[in-house]
Design a protein around this ligand. Structure first.
Ligand SMILES: Nc1nc2c(ncn2[C@@H]2O[C@H](COP(=O)(O)OP(=O)(O)O)[C@@H](O)[C@H]2O)c(=O)[nH]1
Ligand SMILES: [Mg+2]
Length: 308
């Protein structure tokens, strides 16, 4: 699985130049010429190693699991990342060219001091040009760290209007206390619970603020955040509160169900919550308070998700 915390810290242009020139200032040589050549090759090595370390630390973004790919794309834009990495590649080859040529010039008898000064100036100018890209790559690490560490286990996404009983259901069936992971869009959080169905670990996620209001009224970023869930969900449990104590009429709840059906192509289980408060049984009904009907819901989930 992709782990943003493994991405290295990226130095700014100034820090990187300090590192390379600092290292070079410590080298020795039998004479001015040799010392200058050693300095130039030290700068060359430090920069080459540094750039290749940063570039190699990034995954192949196109080959990441769809959920991560989509999330990263929404958060920062995969093209933007590729542009930054390409800029590093460019800076790497430009600086290597400058330094190789400078070494050649010194070997050919040109004034070492002049060559060194010129090469340092040109290297510094190249590195300074990519300073925004270096800073972007450093901030990227921080942003990507917000992406919830979800497992590859089969995933049930719980949807329905606010207060219909989604969180109560997730808490009820979870073998562990649901974890709160940040969903890095606006202020959304996702709640992740786990349960075991016939020995298969199932990840159950509650997405307050995402699948609980009409999708067509969402802004672009929320819509894309919702789309990310598409890659994650193997099945959706859509909860309807027929008592309307949640504060939303059934018609609105059904309209949301229709929208979810249009947007997702995974099995959708529709069930009534708060079975302890009503007698409607034209759909499977459960109560997270009394536990009534919970096993039946889990049985349906198992059939839809595992025995397929
Ligand atoms: N009587 C009853 N109340 C419930 C049930 N499930 C949830 N509630 C209540 O409904 C309210 C909203 O529940 P919650 O799980 O937070 O809904 P969510 O907003 O969809 O996550 C809370 O006051 C719960 O105590 C249930 O099965 N029976
Ligand atoms: Mg909730």
């Amino acid at each position: 699985m992709f782990e943003a915390k493994k991405l290295p810290t990226v130095l700014t242009a100034e820090e990187l130049l300090d590192k390379a020139f600092g290292r070079a200032s410590k080298v020795s040589g039998r004479n001015k010429r040799e010392k200058t050549i050693n300095k130039l090759s030290t700068v060359s090595n430090v920069l080459r190693d540094y750039f290749s370390k940063i570039i190699k630390a990034h995954p192949s973004y196109d080959n990441l699991p769809d959920f991560y790919k989509e999330m990263i794309d929404v958060l920062v834009g995969i093209r933007r990342i590729k542009k930054a990495l390409a800029a590093l590649n460019w800076a790497n080859s430009m600086t290597q060219k400058i330094l190789t040529k400078a070494i050649r010039d010194v070997k050919a008898g040109k004034n070492p001091e002049h060559v060194l000064k010129g090469a340092y100036g040109r290297v510094a100018s190249i590195i300074e040009q990519i300073d925004p890209e270096l800073r972007f790559l450093n901030e990227l690490k921080v942003k990507l760290r917000e992406i919830p560490a979800l497992t590859d286990d089969p995933t049930l996404v719980v949807a329905g209007y606010p207060n219909v009983g989604k969180s109560s259901f997730v808490a009820k069936i979870s073998t562990v206390k649901p974890e709160i992971a940040s969903y890095p869009f606006t202020t959304k959080r996702i709640y992740v619970g786990y349960t075991e169905l016939d020995g298969v670990k199932v990840q159950v996620i509650d997405t307050p603020g995402l699948l609980d209001r009409p999708i067509h009224k969402r802004n672009e970023i929320e819509k894309r955040a919702i789309l990310c869930l598409k890659h994650l969900a193997n099945c959706i449990l859509f909860i309807i509160d027929p008592t309307e104590t949640c504060g939303f009429p059934i018609e609105n709840q059904l309209a949301l169900l229709d929208e979810i059906k249009e947007n997702f192509d995974v099995p959708i289980i529709v069930a009534y919550s708060k079975a302890d408060l009503h007698d409607r049984r034209d759909l499977p009904a459960f109560s997270s308070v009394t536990g009534e009907g919970i096993d039946e819901i889990l049985k349906i989930v198992k059939e839809k998700m595992i025995k397929r």
